[in-house]
Ligand binder design. Structure first.
Ligand SMILES: C[S@@+](CC[C@H](N)C(=O)[O-])C[C@H]1O[C@@H](n2cnc3c(N)ncnc32)[C@H](O)[C@@H]1O
Length: 260
């Protein structure tokens, strides 16, 4: 008799993922499934997104960010510590967080707390963060756990704070299951429904550019708590978001293409 029989389906989904990641090297290549070479391209568009966000009306502060499913801290090192005074990391794999302490080098002084916890259990401290960055990890949460986590992240936000989700999206309208790493890739429609159920408004949506062909499309979503009596804010209009060219970004056109 296997232990599987004693586990609820959700628990197995999480333990299978934890087992998968426990075999993966604590390197950038490991974090990106052998595609370590896309890291710079990824960071470049994320930087542009943050730059545009800080140019908007009522931008978030630059005090404290949270890197969720942080792995060895690739995003904290190359993106978040350049922008925020302090960055906390939450990650389920303790080996990755130990490696993050070495990998961060001089940037370690900008790191605040390390939380070794699955996002299905982790709950951020109230009103602590200007930006909660959640990249390439939401596929490891069930729909309900993702909704609960996103709801809890709103409580973790300071005034004007935002949640950024950067994630693979299926080209079909179907959820695609990866049994090897125990994750799902969701279609855009489902992810937007989940944001809505979590009471989040998608303030901005941008597509990652210049990734190799054959990979999933990757989108960045800037999410804000819906307001009470919400008249959905017309905040994605182009006047608030400078065109990419003004930011010295002439390579592609996708990043500014998407608005609500
Ligand atoms: C594809 S890697 C991405 C790492 C990092 N976000 C990056 O982009 O470099 C996925 C990460 O999510 C972590 N992870 C998987 N399931 C998780 C969970 N339930 N809660 C928190 N982290 C999880 C893995 O251990 C791994 O570090």
């Amino acid at each position: 008799m296997t232990t599987e029989l004693f586990q609820k389906p959700d628990e197995k989904f999480y333990t299978d993922a934890a087992n998968y990641w426990s075999e993966i090297p604590a390197t950038v290549d490991g974090m990106l499934g052998g595609f370590g070479f896309i890291s710079q391209t990824d960071i470049k568009d994320s930087k542009l997104l943050l730059k545009q966000l800080f140019n908007c009306k009522n931008p978030p502060g630059r005090d404290h960010a949270l890197d969720c499913g942080a792995g060895i801290g690739r995003i904290s090192k190359f993106l978040l510590t350049d922008v925020f005074d302090k960055v906390d990391l939450v990650e389920q794999n303790p080996t990755f967080l130990e490696q993050a302490k070495r990998y961060m080098g001089a940037k370690l002084s900008r790191i605040g707390d390390f939380y070794t916890e699955g996002l299905q259990r982790f709950r951020p401290e109230s009103k602590k963060y200007d930006v909660v960055w959640i990249q390439w990890v939401v596929g490891h949460l069930t729909d309900n756990d993702l909704i609960d986590f996103l709801v809890s992240c709103q409580d973790g936000l300071k005034p004007n704070g935002v949640i950024v989700v950067k994630e693979n999206i299926t080209s079909t309208d179907e959820v695609e299951m990866d049994r090897q790493d125990s994750s799902v890739t969701r279609p855009m429609r489902l992810l937007r429904q989940i944001f809505d159920k979590a009471n989040l408004e998608c303030y901005r949506q941008a597509k990652q550019r210049n990734f190799p062909k054959g990979l999933y499309s990757v989108y960045m979503f800037v999410l804000k708590p819906k307001k009470v009596n919400d008249v959905v804010e017309e905040s994605t209009n182009e006047s608030e978001i400078p065109p990419a060219e003004e930011n010295g970004n002439k390579e592609g056109h996708d990043q500014n293409e998407e608005t609500r």
